[in-house]
Design a protein around this ligand. Structure first.
Ligand SMILES: NC(=O)c1ccc[n+]([C@@H]2O[C@H](COP(=O)([O-])OP(=O)(O)OC[C@H]3O[C@@H](n4cnc5c(N)ncnc54)[C@H](OP(=O)(O)O)[C@@H]3O)[C@@H](O)[C@H]2O)c1
Length: 270
């Protein structure tokens, strides 16, 4: 049973995971301690009632350590604190994109530490995240149960057996909220340009996005079925889809998402 959780990096993703986990009851507020080099961020954590570590040394006392810094900051964080981390041997939970377990452990002298790599997404803040995780060979059942309960408390979670799949998952669901946000932003802009209020435009776009997702997730239809259900022959939806098709919308989106996946693959090659 993991009862002391340290979080390094209280930024957009780290705070979303912590707040989501606490709101849902998977993490007790008292069992979490956070550290961030940015004082403004730790002030926010303190206001929420979280314990803030005064130094990194304090956070290494944790049984599980969530690493939520940017990829560029992880190597130094691990190398500079190598002896402390290896001595305490906490379960390391990395949400950092593009740094493989083997690469992480190389910064820690290749010590046989328990590591779980997670690719969550920002919707953890509202308990609607899509997360996938990969556990290395040293991880035990309790570690997996802890991570599964944390991730499923903030949304949906799947365990994967091949670390390579994390690149595709990063490009699909890690970055994905931004793709749908872009689509919502376009719908909002058009609505406002055509004379609707900003408030109305926002709810029209966002609720429509949620409704489409709920229809697919409920298992009632595939995305293609949904298109057929909405686009009646000679109607308005068909007209929009005709323009999208003529302008290469599907190719553009497909290429963009593949570029994100390739970027993750390149980041993963040290
Ligand atoms: N944002 C997403 O949607 C998303 C989705 C999936 C995965 N991720 C992953 O989550 C990780 C965090 O992303 P984010 O968007 O939350 O970044 P962020 O908002 O920039 O938060 C990272 C925080 O960590 C702090 N930090 C950096 N080095 C530190 C150190 N050595 N000790 C203590 N604090 C340190 C940063 O401080 P400074 O600002 O001073 O550098 C910053 O406050 C990334 O690795 C990313 O790949 C993000």
């Amino acid at each position: 049973m993991i009862s002391k959780i340290g979080l390094i990096g209280y930024g957009k993703m780290g705070s979303s995971l912590a707040l989501g986990g606490i709101k849902s009851g998977a993490i007790r507020k008292e069992s979490m301690i956070v550290y961030d080099q940015d004082r403004e961020r730790t002030n926010v954590a303190e206001k929420f009632g979280l314990k803030v570590a005064s130094s990194l040394a304090e956070i290494f006392e944790s049984e599980a350590l969530i690493l939520a810094v940017k990829p560029k900051d992880l190597p130094a964080l691990l190398q500079d604190n190598r002896s402390k981390i290896v001595e305490k041997s906490p379960l390391l939970i990395s949400i950092v994109a593009g740094i493989r377990v083997k690469h992480m452990l190389s910064f820690l002298g290749n010590a046989p530490l328990r590591v779980i790599r997670v690719m969550p997404n920002i919707a953890a803040a509202v308990n609607e995240a899509m997360s996938a995780f990969y556990a290395n060979e040293f991880v035990n059942k309790d570690d997996v149960a802890f991570v599964e309960s944390l991730l499923s408390s903030v949304g949906k979670s799947i365990r994967i057996e091949s670390e390579d799949e994390l690149d595709t998952i990063t490009g699909i669901s890690g970055s994905g909220p931004a793709y749908f946000a872009l689509m919502m932003n376009i719908l909002e802009k058009v609505a406002v340009d055509k004379g609707l209020s900003e408030d109305m435009a926002r709810v029209l776009a966002a609720q429509t996005c949620r409704g489409a997702a709920t229809m697919v997730l409920s298992g009632g239809c595939s995305p293609l079925d949904l298109i057929k259900m909405v686009a009646s022959p000679g109607g308005t939806t068909e007209e929009a889809l005709r323009v999208m098709d003529a302008k290469g919308f599907s190719e553009i989106v497909g290429e963009a998402v593949s570029a994100a996946i390739e970027k993750s693959r390149r980041m993963n090659r040290p």
